[in-house]
Write a protein of this length. Structure first.
Length: 367
């Protein structure tokens, strides 16, 4: 089960009706990086990583490909067993979890195919056949956000996330209250995500002025110190997203009781192996979390769905996928789709998606 070849591809994924707006970024298209590994026995595994532009997080598409180019020669001949491949990657390059995640996902895909089991089985076993998703609105005028929310309620989403920040705080408060009026009594959970776009004062103001609105406040401020400062001054559950850059950081904030849950990206933490450890930490402390990724296509979507299927029901906040925001699938027959607010866990061995490699063109690097 050793790696014989590694091929790295680049693909642009246009955003439907773009741009998609967040507090600190506008997304017009996605620069995704795909990794194909071939084992010595000829088995193929696919991985993917797709950072959202240069300002959303400490990750960048060109940086991912540079990191993969740096590591790939040293990975030839390495076992695809998750702990082994991570130890090898860490010996070759410090940091760059989002790049290592693509190799991790490809290794899980190949290993599952070799063993004849799904990725969810490698991660401990699926607890459900369908995973709840959630829809995240972009930042925009209140009336437009309400239009989208009402549409997504009809589509069956069990959780709605409202993007805020980057505009007057009074406008965010108005949006939050009016969205709650639309979903109150409908058994739909609500999250409010500022993507680090609020000051500590603004986060406290929102929580106090919306004290009668039940929602999760996700990554309202820029730093962990900011979150620690507001924790005892707000009336809402506090989740961390962008600051959750490693298992070390996760353990630290959990031990200090800074957060009540997480919005977690599979590639940000380094792939499925560290995501499994993160899941177990959250289970031990009873902390809810999502199983998301920044953006990307069927490969990332399948990885997120598999790991989400292994999370206990009372701790799973859902899995956000880019599928509703982008065109097309890598697997034209069995691509990952959200139907009535839920995602069917792919069947078959590995990730369970059959990739049409012709969509990607020639590799940008091969080893």
């Amino acid at each position: 089960m050793e790696i014989a070849e590694i091929h790295i591809f680049q693909l642009d994924l246009p955003v439907k009706n773009g741009p998609y707006s967040m507090a600190n970024a506008k997304v017009y298209s996605l620069d995704t990086t795909l990794v194909k590994i071939i084992t010595k026995s000829g088995q193929i595994g696919w991985g993917e990583t797709c950072p959202v532009g240069p300002t959303y997080a400490e990750a960048h598409a060109k940086g991912a490909r540079a990191a993969l180019e740096e590591m790939a020669p040293g990975l030839i001949g390495c076992s695809i067993e998750p702990k082994v491949i991570h130890a090898k990657m860490d010996s070759l390059l410090n940091g760059h979890n989002y790049a290592k995640a693509a190799i991790d996902i490809a290794s899980h895909d190949a290993l599952g195919k070799i063993l004849g089991v799904s990725v969810s089985s490698l991660l401990g076993g699926a607890l459900r056949k369908k995973v709840p998703s959630y829809y995240a609105t972009g930042v925009g005028p209140t009336d437009e956000v309400l239009r989208v929310v009402r549409e997504k309620i009809l589509e069956g989403y069990p959780r709605i996330q409202i993007k805020v920040g980057g505009k007057p705080i009074e406008s965010d408060i108005e949006t939050i209250k009016k969205v709650w009026e639309s979903i109150e009594g409908k058994d739909i959970r609500m999250a409010v995500d500022a993507n680090r776009g609020w000051s500590t004062e603004e986060a406290i103001q929102v929580s106090r002025e919306c004290s009668d609105v039940p929602f999760v406040m996700e990554q309202p401020c820029d730093t962990i110190e900011d979150l620690q400062q507001i924790k005892t001054q707000i009336n809402h559950s506090l989740y961390m997203d962008e600051n959750s850059t490693s298992l070390k950081v996760v353990r630290s904030v959990v031990d200090r009781g800074i957060v009540d849950g997480f919005g977690m990206k599979v590639t940000r933490i380094g792939g499925l192996e560290p995501m499994k450890i993160f899941r177990d930490i959250c289970e031990n402390y009873g902390l809810p979390h999502t199983c998301d990724d920044s953006w990307g296509g069927d490969i990332i979507a399948a990885a997120c769905t598999h790991v989400a299927s292994t999370v206990k029901e009372n701790l799973l906040e859902g899995s956000w996928l880019a599928a509703p925001y982008i065109e097309g699938n890598y697997d034209k027959d069995n691509g990952i789709k959200i139907i009535q607010g839920h995602i069917t866990v792919p069947e078959g061995s590995g990730l369970g998606v059959v990739i049409d490699e012709t969509l990607f063109g020639s590799p940008v690097f091969s080893f």
